[in-house]
Design a protein around this ligand. Structure first.
Ligand SMILES: [Zn+2]
Length: 98
């Protein structure tokens, strides 16, 4: 069992003691490459640079690699506009009850 306080601490005294406890915004620095704000001593999540050296591939880099290195097959229509001559069933029932 923990030791018990000898005297009651008043509301003001407790609140005064806790006045310095608060959330603090992290210090941010500008990226050397793309100038976006990032945490100091970390890799930039936007461009993947640490200082002036490219360290990691970002999501955008992977997307670009995927689109550039994608093998193109003649019958493949993915990623393009759908074929227009395909008939879609027309909706005649508009939900009204008879
Ligand atoms: Zn950057």
């Amino acid at each position: 069992m923990a030791a018990q306080p000898k005297k009651k601490i008043s509301r003001v005294r407790g609140k005064t003691r806790r006045a310095h406890r608060r959330a603090v915004l992290p210090k941010l620095v500008a990226c050397a490459k793309c100038k976006t704000l990032k945490l100091p001593h970390t890799i930039c999540p936007e461009c993947g640079h640490y200082g002036k050296v490219k360290v990691i591939k970002t999501k955008l880099d992977r997307k670009i690699d995927k689109t550039l290195n994608k093998p193109v097959s003649p019958g493949d229509n993915s990623g393009k506009t759908p074929v227009k001559n395909e008939k879609t069933p027309k909706k005649t029932d508009n939900g009204n009850r008879v």
